[in-house]
Each structure stands twice: as C-alpha cells, then as structure tokens.
Design a protein around this ligand. Sequence first.
Ligand code: HEM
Length: 557
Amino acid sequence: MNVEFVHERSSLAALAMPTVIVMTLVLVVSVLFHMWMLSRRYVKLGNMIPGPRAYPLIGNANMLLGKSHDEIMKRAIELSFVYGSVARGWLGYHLVVFLTEPADIELILNSYVHLTKSNEYRFFKPWLGDGLLISSGDKWKSHRKLIAPAFHQNVLKTFIDVFNDNSLAVVERMRKEVGKVFDVHDYMSEVTVDILLETAMGSNRTGENKEGFDYAMAVMKMCDILHSRQIKIHLRMDPIFNMTKTKKEQERLLGIIHGLTRKVVKQKKELFEKNLAEGKLPSPSLSEIIGKEEESSGTTKVEEPAVISQGSMLRDDLDAIDENDIGEKRRLAFLDLMIETAKTGADLSDEEIKEEVDTIMFEGHDTTAAGSSFVLCLLGIHQDIQDRVYKEIKQIFGDSKRKATFNDTMEMKYLERVIFETLRMYPPVPAIARKLTQEVRLASHDYVVPSGTTVVIGTYKLHRREDIYPNPDVFNPDNFLPERTSNRHYYSYIPFSAGPRSCVGRKYAMLKLKVLLTTILRNYRVVSNLKESDFKLQADIILKRTDGFRIQLEPRV
Ligand code: HEM
C-alpha cells in the first residue's frame, strides 16, 4: 500500500472526526430544542389550529423560499380554501395565525388591547418614526385623539379646490397618452403626492419650488424602497440591507424628506408664534371649524369605534353640510392644524408633528394611488358600469365645465358603490397584521391564539368569501346597495380597517377619489382590452399589479 495514501486517509479521518462530533452535537441539541418547543403551551396551542405540515426548526418557512410575491399570493389563496377561515403557519417557531372570519376579526380590530403592530412595520421606522401608523400604547392613543379632528369633514371640505385643481392638471398631463396603452399608476401616484403636499404641508411642487419637487420625488422613491424590502428576502435583514446601495439611497431620500418637513414645521411654527404675539389669533380656530359640540365638551372626539353598520358608513363619509360654512374661508394644511393643537396645550413636540406629517404623506400616497388606478382599470374593462358612472356625472354636471363641489360629491352615489366594490375586490391594504400581547379565544372556533403570535387579518380573502359576497370574483357595484350592506357583518368589509385603529384618512380618501375620478371621466373614456384574469397581483404591503395598470384613454367630445 502506498504510504502517502495511507497518511492522507488518516489525516482525512482525523479531520472528519471533529466534524462528525460537532454535527452529532448540533443534531442532538436541535432535537432537544425541538422537543422542548413542542412541550411549550405556545406551540401546543398553535398546533391545534389547522395549517400545513411544519418541519423542525424551519416550520413552514420553506413555503416562502424562492417564491415571487404573486406566487406567494396565489399559494396563500389556495391554502385558504384548504384550511378555512382560521389557519396557522410557523416561521421557525414563531406562530402566524390567519383570520378571515368577521367575528374573529372583530375581536382583534375592535379591541383597545390588540393595538400593537407586527414586526413587519419596522421598515417604516426610519421614515415615520413613532407616527400614528406604527406607534402603540399611550402614545398612539393620545396622538390619535389629537390628530383625528384634523380629518374632520369641515376641514376636508376646504380641500375641495386642491383636489379639483390637481385633478385638472393630471387630466392635462395625461393628454399626451391619448390613443396609447400606458400605465396609469405613475400619473395617479404623482397627482396624489401633489395633493398631499398641499393638504398635509401647505406646500407644492409647481414653478420655482424645487424643494417641493424633490420632496415629491423622494416620497415616491422611498415607497419603492419599502416595497423592495418587503419583496426581496435579503433586503429584509437589517445587517445585509445596511451594506447595500439601497440603504445609502434611503438615507439620501430621508435627508430630503425630513429636511423639508422639519423646515416647514419650523417656519409655520414661527409664523404662528409671531401672529400670536401680535394678538392675531387664528380665526376660526380648529375647534370652531370642527364644531361647537366638541369644543363645549372640552375634549375632541376620537373617531367612533366602528360598531356602526356598513350602510351608515356610506352616509358617514358624506354627511350633509352647508357649503358656505366657516371652514370654506380658512384652508389650513394638517400641519397648521397640528401646530395649532400643540399651541393650545396639547402634548405634541415639533419632532412628533414632523413624524405625523411624514406618516400622512406615506399612508395617503400609495393607498389612494393604487385605489384610483384599480378603479380606472376596472371601468376600462366594464364599459357598461363606466356608462352608468358617466350618466350620473352628466346628471350632476350637465354640459357645464364647472369644478366639483362638496355637495356634488354627495350626489355621486353610483361612483361611491364603484369605489367600494373596487376596494372590496382589490383592497390597497390586502392584509393587516397585529402582534398579540394577550392570548385570544376565537369566536368562530374553539381555538386559543397565544400571546406573542402575529395575527394576520386577510382582507383580500375576507372580501372574496362566497358566503358573504355571492359571485365574489365578479365586479358588481350593487354589492354596496344599502339593502345589501345593511345585513352584512360590519367586519366583513374592512378596506380601511375598522375599530379604534381604523384609517384616519378614509373620508379624505373617498372625497379625493370622487373628485379625481369624475374629473378624469368627464374628460376621457377609459378603455382596456384586458380581462381581470390578466391582472398579476402582488402580495405586498400595498396591493398592486406587477403587470402595470395598463389602460387607454379616448377624449370625450
Ligand atoms: C384608498 C385609500 C386608503 C386605504 C385603502 C387606507 C387603508 C388603511 C388601513 C387598512 C389602515 C390600517 C393599517 C393597519 O392597521 O395596519 C390605515 C391606517 C391609516 N391611514 Fe389609511 N388608507 C387610505 C388612505 C389614507 C389617506 C388618504 C390618509 C391620510 C391623508 C391615510 C392615513 C392613515 C393613517 C394616519 C393611518 C394610521 C391610523 C392609526 O393607526 O391610528 N390613509 N389606512
């Protein structure tokens, strides 16, 4: 036998020995760890809930690996048919429970206990800090109470001109697309940022205002970065993300965004204080704008916990209010209202005001851009429904070219149903996630969801339940006729979430969508030769089409 060969074999064996020992040790520790985990109440309770077979250490994480976001979305929908309205998954040993039963959803969303957002929301932190969307506990409660009045209907009414002017501007910008197939989302995104710049900060990006322009661009790019952190597994991990060019770009964009928000907060505050020193009290005050009843009670109302029926939610968005009331005379951005609130004794620092403005810019942007884009795509496909919307527009405006008023928006009943139906089938926020800090016994099944679990409320799937919406995959605005909505469980329709932590901007969004969509439809017929089955949906924080929101426009004569 070759001596050299024998020597090589023995040194290989010497090397292999420790490796075998280490591997055996790892295996034994893993098995013991797995057994210990199985014996824990958390895991035992989780395993009582139906779900796909979980593997030691990885749980069901294998189902996500290497999958694109539309594949994950497709798979999640398939599994929802297998496991029903309560299902679980394991990410390693972290329990994730999916709920699509209105009674269970109510338990979570209508509670003042389950308000903590899941870890997924951490990507927003560098931008939004502790703003309303991600804060929790007492901070969230007190800020919600301070901010909700700024979204009062009387304040929103003063924004009608901003909605009109920016809608007309985007109609003009889109003229160059006439006759072509194009992605309408870019336009909807731009007009949304423009409107938010004016209504949230009292700023704009027209003419000389380069800062406003850079800010708008930075908001749009930051949204793209947040999306890519959701989609790309490696970017989800902070240590890896921190080494990428995207992180550097994020820092640059946040420099622009925070720089402008801070500057505007400072300027507006100085102006407010100067006026105050000169005895020029803001008139009317915020409490005068939103009505005497709140002022006299000494507190401002937090939005009602949503125990109202769906039918009344439709009315809630458009309460009849006199066109010539005090609010019309004084248009203030959300930022001004927050400065005023802070100056009248509320505990709201400059940095906190900045965080809330940033939050409104983020939450108000992508959601409404996606919502309006979906409406236009669906109207392009369903010409009969577009004709009915146009007939309603003609009844309201006749042949006049005048701008929409608040009262006009109250007449847009059919369009309202079209928007609600679009948000049913394509909810811009397709899922809501909470981290449980207390265990919950579900209403629909005899399961206890342990504390520490991530609960995912599957809005998209809930909105397509056949027992709630017959023919759920058919676009039918009549699903929102008052006689149909009045018999439905309130928590069976939650595009804006519901309960104490519902969307603070929902009335703003509905009003803006109505003005924007009617302005577009008064000028163009929307055409599409696609079918809804062609839509490639992306499972993300915001529901979008990966194939683009492609439509065509024909000028109306
Ligand atoms: C179609 C448009 C919109 C949809 C579908 C929508 C949907 C939602 C949903 C589902 C939530 C709850 C998120 C969660 O709990 O994780 C939410 C929260 C929020 N939305 Fe909207 N939103 C829209 C427009 C807006 C607009 C225009 C604004 C502001 C101008 C806004 C501001 C907010 C804020 C500040 C929160 C956090 C509320 C809190 O936690 O107390 N949203 N939105």
